[in-house]
Structure formats: C-alpha cells, structure tokens
Write a protein that binds this ligand. Structure first.
Ligand SMILES: [Zn+2]
Length: 263
C-alpha cells in the first residue's frame, strides 16, 4: 500500500480500526471542497454567507483553488455568482475581512486537524499563544496540554510538518489572518463595592458623566450621604451633603482627586 496520497503526494496515514488511507495534505485537490467548507464554517472561521454551494461555485468558476484564495476574492469575483449580487458580495467581502480578526482557536479549529475540535483548540491556543509556537512544539509537550491525548498530539505534530500546511499558513499570514491568542479583556472594577455621592458643581463633568464613569468602574452613585457612603465628591458650592459627610467622617474628595482616581 502506498504511504503517499496518489492525488497530491502528501503523506497518507491509516489509523487503527480504519480501512482507508487518509491523505493529510490540507491543500489536496481531492479534499479541497470539504476542507474549504470546514474552514469557513461556523465552527471554523465563521464566514457568514459562505455556504457549501457558494464554495462549490467559487471552485467551479476557478475563483479559488486553495483555502487561502478566499482572502483574495474581490467584490467583482463574488458578484458574478449571483444575479444582482452586489449586496451579497459586499456582505461577503466584509465577513471575509472580519474573519481575519478571529481569535487563534477559531483558526486552529478551521484547519480541520484530525481529532482537534473547538474545545481542544481553545486549550491549545491558550497554551501556545501563537500559531508559530504551536507549529514548533514537540509531541511530548503537546500531549501534556489539557484535552490533548497522545493520538491528538501526534496528529497535530504530523499536520504541521506537512509542506502543504506550512505553505497554507504562510499564505494566511500574508493575507493578514490573526495568528495570536487574544488577551482577555480585563474588567477594571477599581470602584467595586464603593458608593459615591456627588455634590456641588464639577468643572469637567456633568453629573451624568461622572456617574457613568463611576459605574463603569463597578461603583455606585447614591443621592444621599450615609454611613455607607465611601466618598463624597464635592464640587463648587457644595452644601448640606458636604456638611453631613463631615459629621459622619466620610472621605471627601475634590474633582482633582477624582480625576487622579480614574486615570
Ligand atoms: Zn492528497
């Protein structure tokens, strides 16, 4: 039995319990349609509007001959596919463009590496941080990643060794597809469990603006001073609320001090 795919020459493997040899070349013409459909699917790069029949038409019209060609499609290319296709084409071009910013795990899933689904792609992405790191990692390290067993580790390792994979990744890089894990947005809750009371006129904020800022940092704004008040923000001509804050020993801050707190 041959160890290479008769169509593209890439390594072909037979896994335990399987009768047929499986080509591992991601750009293999024999699997192109299926690979592209998976790449753009919701689970993969999630390119809305690029369904199986459109992919088929793009291939039949010689507009794409590999996965990376998706990123070279033009408005004219796509609008040819449908009658009055301008709006469809505009939306699709935008969706293709947007998909370049996908988080790394989407790309890893989209590549359709055998045994790698969304769940393991997420832990792999978190561990490796960049696709370059994933491409260079050894099998032992791979198999230590959560959700990655020995079989998956070998499958990933073999996949990234293939010349077709390396070629495709290079093309995707050139097209501007994101290859890094996105930093989780940190929520700044510096005013968590704090209650502010605003009194008097502020120079640089309206009451509404100051309230929004405090709330965006997880704080609350109350209309009356009590023992539960954390800070009284006292502007010009602050009146009875300021007096009450002094009585209760509540911290009183100026607009300048508030400014420093929100930097
Ligand atoms: Zn092949």
């Amino acid at each position: 039995m041959p160890k290479v795919c008769p169509v593209c020459g890439a390594e072909a493997v037979r896994e335990e319990g399987e009768a047929v040899l499986r080509c591992t070349g991601i750009e293999c013409p024999a699997k192109l349609l299926r690979n592209i459909i998976h790449f753009v699917s919701k689970e993969g790069m999630d390119i809305e509007g690029l369904g199986a029949s459109i992919v088929e038409q793009l291939i039949d019209n010689n507009l794409i001959s590999n996965i990376a060609d998706i990123y070279s499609l033009t408005l004219e290319d796509i609008s040819k596919l449908k009658k009055n296709g301008t709006k469809f084409a505009t939306n699709l071009v935008n969706a293709i463009e947007e998909s370049k910013n996908n988080d790394l795990y989407k790309l890893i899933t989209a590549l359709g590496i055998r045994h790698v689904g969304t769940k393991s792609a997420k832990t792999i992405a978190k561990y490796c941080k960049t696709l370059d790191n994933l491409m260079q990692i050894d099998i032992e390290t791979l198999s230590e990643i959560e959700d990655v067993g020995d079989i998956t580790a070998e499958s990933i390792y073999e996949f990234f060794k293939q010349p077709q994979t390396i070629d495709l990744i290079q093309k995707l890089k050139t097209a501007g597809v994101n290859m890094q894990v996105k930093e989780e947005e940190k929520i700044d809750e510096r005013f968590k469990e704090m209650t502010f009371v605003l009194t008097g006129g502020l120079d640089n904020f309206t009451r509404d603006e100051a309230t929004k800022i405090i709330e965006s940092f997880g704080g609350k704004v109350s209309s009356s001073v009590s023992k539960k008040t954390t800070y009284v923000l006292a502007g010009e001509e602050a009146g009875s609320k300021l007096a009450k804050a002094r009585d209760l020993g509540i911290s009183i801050i100026t607009e300048q001090e508030f400014n420093d707190m929100i930097k």
